[in-house]
Design a protein around this ligand. Structure first.
Ligand SMILES: [Zn+2]
Length: 377
């Protein structure tokens, strides 16, 4: 199957998460790799939940080489009638492939698979080649966590990794870490006609949000030269039951992006310190901070061999990104990884998402160069 058709086939799988339905797509990728008949190929389908699977393929010798990785899942298409190119039709127009996941990141996966075929088929690999297609990336990296927990990709099992997320073909070598918190406020409910008899949890939340803004501006004084500052942003509020009842509880979600100098524990302590200082002023104030999940930060120095390789293969200088990726998890796992793929992050998660076919073709040649220099040289 040639490149465009492969990308189209991948887009046609409805791998939206939630709910996550990646198994058929993972099986398809497994078969595509098996059909290449590359020497020493071993493909594993990691079925970690009902209808959900990752695919891990190793090719060539055991000697650590290059890891190519990406995710099979996409974010939901939302209201499909808002799309002028139906999200899973994978239609072509104007040199672009349209569809949910076209840019993020099924075109990247297609380019990687075709690059593996072009560089490794009928060749004697000197170092191993790994391909990992994960499920549930858009939901806290659940698929990759399963792959790493089961040691399907062992620590240090590749010298470098590259993730094919949409970076406009410019290598990304650093991004902040992420953490999501909930802060629960406990008031006491009562009739709204007598607010003095209750403790209003929504008002507690409002005071906390003010305190959080003050804490954030203090924290912004420390910056990372590459990544800027740690931020914590209130994103969801849930509270109250009825218009004439003092709300007895309220829950706030805080999204945080932290620099490696700080870490998620620093942010958690910060949120707790905001609550503590409000409690000192008012004994009735009650809030509990809980971290739901976190994702690691990525920070490879400019002169790291993985960055040097990605820059020379792409002909573009490396940069930093605002979003988090699986590259951070691989790097933590002893496989230093960069992010480099076709399409624009601005297209990701949008209606009428697309990727330019010329960019997908260029991605293929970049990945071929990377495979050749790590696994064949
Ligand atoms: Zn993505």
């Amino acid at each position: 199957m040639e490149l465009t058709n492969l990308a189209k086939s991948l887009v046609a799988f409805r791998t939206e998460v939630p709910p996550g339905d990646e198994e058929e797509c993972a099986k398809f990728v497994r078969d595509v790799i098996a059909d290449m008949k590359i020497e020493g190929t071993e493909v594993t389908l990691d079925k970690f939940e009902h209808r959900r699977a990752n695919v891990v393929a190793r090719m060539g010798p055991q000697e650590p080489g290059l890891l190519l990785g990406g995710h099979l899942d996409v974010v939901p298409a939302g209201d499909e009638s808002a799309w002028s190119h139906p999200p899973f039709d994978a239609s072509l127009s104007d040199g672009k492939l349209f569809g949910r996941g076209a840019a993020d990141m099924k075109a990247g996966l297609a380019a990687m698979l075709k690059a593996i075929e072009a560089a490794a088929k009928n060749k004697k690999l000197k170092r191993g080649l790994l391909f990992v297609g994960t499920a549930g990336e858009e939901m806290g990296f659940e698929g990759l966590k399963s792959v790493l927990d089961q040691r399907l990709v062992g620590e240090g099992s590749a010298i470098f990794g590259v993730l094919g997320e949409p970076t406009g073909l410019r290598p990304v070598r650093a991004h902040r870490g992420g953490a999501t918190f909930t802060v629960t406020f406990r008031g006491s409910s009562g009739h709204a006609s007598k607010p003095e008899l209750g403790v209003n949890a929504i008002e507690e939340c409002a005071r906390f949000v003010d305190g959080l803004a003050a804490w954030s501006s203090g924290v912004a004084a420390t910056t990372d030269p590459d990544l800027g500052a740690t931020i914590a942003t209130p994103t969801v509020v849930r509270g109250g039951t009825k218009s004439n009842v003092i709300p007895g509880s309220c829950e706030l979600t805080v999204d945080s992006r932290w620099i490696p100098e700080h870490g998620s524990a620093f942010v958690k302590r910060g949120l707790e310190s905001v609550a503590d200082s409000l409690r000192r002023k008012d004994r009735t104030f009650a809030a509990e901070v809980e971290m739901l999940y976190e994702t690691p930060a990525l920070k490879l120095p400019r002169d790291h061999p993985a960055v040097v390789l990605a820059e020379s293969a792409s002909g573009a200088a490396s940069e930093t990104a605002a979003y988090g990726t699986e590259a951070a998890l691989y790097t933590k796992h002893g496989v230093p990884s960069v992010v480099l793929g076709p399409g624009s992050i601005k297209q990701a998660h949008m209606v009428d998402e697309y990727v330019r076919l010329s960019e997908v073709q260029r991605a293929l040649s970049i990945y071929v160069k990377m495979i050749e220099s790590v696994c064949l040289a």
